[in-house]
Design a protein around this ligand. Structure first.
Ligand code: NAP
Ligand code: HSE
Length: 435
């Protein structure tokens, strides 16, 4: 068998220790598939004394991850530190400068610096691989860039954040509080170092921007993603949605919008109401699911564990195996120079159904004021729920679902209500996922 491929691991947290366990457990199988053994030679993390549940005695230790790239006994650098900049980016740049292939699970870094790194990797003739950066263990980067390569991709959408999906589906199943369930997701290793990246939709936006670039041959444009997260969703929204026949899921969606002067790349991450009979409504826990629609393949659904040590390590090691086999590929499915700079799509003309939640004082005239704003903005209401009655001076929740209509009309209705003393909190608007 050929010489081992020697790898350095920077970052020995959830994913890094998962990679060590996987490479040790499946060493023989991996060597046969890779046509050569994979040997970890050096590692780095912040705290050398921490018990990580894996034996590090046979690997060289570096306090500074950036110097791993310069070691003679390292062919491939595996970056599992995280963060868009800082040591992760310094290490990535150093690896490429040293002519060493780079494997990373770091979506924040790829979303912000992916084009620079991919361009430098092309110049250096080495591989840049990031399967684990999108949807954990699901091979969606490979699926889109290889399996779907012959298709004009029409739309990509789905559940891209395991932490949010875990929170929403657990709140739905158990009625537990948001903060309580988030703490569980952190304990289980799903959440980012800063969990606001998860719950505010930023992590899903990182992944969506990467998929949009691969799917549409577009220059990656993270700043153009329209993002909102799940932090404003209350248990009451989940209950109201359920009563109306929906579950709530954080959905990322990207497509090329061809509508007139607003044409461009549409990228959006928002909580949506998903009809209970839609396949995405049954995606629970830290599972992710990505739907890709192409002009010849039709609709593909990729589903699996979107976070956690084992699944993410599986995607990282699959990339290492590709490098061992000499499969370099283009990081974004085509050379960086050929990716097209696409304008951000304007969204005023988009149509759909929406869920609106108003928190209001329980007094006469409030409902009339809200429905008048709907009438004046041209929004047609399909159903409306107000349960119970507040104590005197208290507030109640009014939830409504609109008929199909322009998103701009719903925004106009909300604007008409701005500053009204009939609202005690900012209204929440969620789109309803169509078929
Ligand atoms: P983690 O558990 O927080 O581990 C991060 C590791 O990086 C730790 O070992 C830490 O060292 C080390 N580190 C942090 N700052 C460092 C520094 N300045 N110098 C040296 N080492 C440093 O993170 P993770 O969950 O494994 O995530 C790693 C990467 O994978 C991130 O990019 C994340 O977005 C991505 N990812 C994670 C998942 C998941 O399910 N967790 C899934 C897909 C992708 P100490 O241990 O000594 O503190
Ligand atoms: N924090 C991320 C999530 C990890 O919850 O989906 C996987 O990318």
């Amino acid at each position: 068998m050929a010489e081992p491929l020697k790898i350095a691991l920077a970052g020995l947290g959830t994913v890094g220790t998962g990679v060590i366990r996987l490479i040790e457990t499946n060493a023989e199988l991996i060597a046969r598939r890779a046509r050569r053994p994979i040997a970890i030679t050096a590692v780095s993390a912040r705290d050398r004394t921490k018990d990580r549940g894996v034996d590090l005695a046979c690997y060289a230790w570096e306090d500074d991850p950036v110097v791993l790239a310069a070691r003679d006994d390292v062919d491939v650098v595996v970056e599992l530190v995280g963060g868009s900049d800082g040591p992760a980016l310094a290490l990535a740049r150093n690896a490429i400068a040293q002519g060493k292939s780079l494997v990373t699970a770091n979506k924040a870094m790829i979303a912000h610096h992916g084009l620079e790194l991919a361009s430098d990797a092309e110049q250096a003739g080495i591989a840049l691989k990031f399967e684990a950066a999108v949807a954990g263990g699901i091979p969606v980067v490979k699926g889109l860039s290889e399996g779907a390569a012959a298709n004009a991709i029409e739309r990509v959408y789905g559940i891209l954040n395991g932490t949010c999906n875990y929170i929403l589906s657990t709140m739905e199943a158990t009625g537990r509080d948001f903060g309580d369930v988030l703490a569980d997701a952190q304990r289980l290793g799903y959440a980012e170092a800063d969990p606001t990246f998860d719950i505010e939709g930023i992590d899903a936006a990182h992944k969506l921007a990467i998929l949009a670039s691969i799917g549409f041959g577009a220059r990656l444009d993270f700043d153009a993603v329209d993002v909102s997260g799940i932090s404003r969703i209350k248990a009451a929204d989940i209950a109201q949605a359920r009563a109306l026949g929906y579950v709530i899921r954080l959905i990322g969606m990207t497509e090329i919008d061809t509508a007139g002067s607003g044409a461009g790349l549409f990228q959006r991450v928002r909580p949506h109401l998903v009809p209970v009979d839609h396949p995405l409504a049954h995606v629970d826990g830290a599972t992710n699911a990505v739907v890709a629609e192409g002009n010849f393949m039709g609709r593909l659904l990729f589903q699996g564990a979107g976070a956690g040590d084992g699944p993410t390590a599986s995607a990282v090691v699959a990339d290492i195996i590709d490098v061992a086999r000499g499969e370099r590929g283009a990081a974004f499915a085509m050379p960086v120079d050929e990716l097209e700079a696409m304008p951000r799509a304007l969204t005023g003309h988009r149509t759909g159904r929406a869920y609106l939640r108003f928190t209001v004082p329980d007094r006469p005239g409030v409902l009339a004021e809200i429905t008048a704003a709907m009438r004046d903005a041209g929004v047609s209401i399909e159903s409306l729920i107000q349960h119970g009655r507040a104590e005197e001076g208290g507030e109640v929740i009014i939830a409504m679902v609109t008929h199909d209509g322009p998103e701009s009309a719903v925004s106009a209705a909300i604007s008409l209500l701005e500053g009204s003393d009939s609202l005690t909190a900012e209204p929440l608007v969620m789109q309803i996922l169509g078929s």
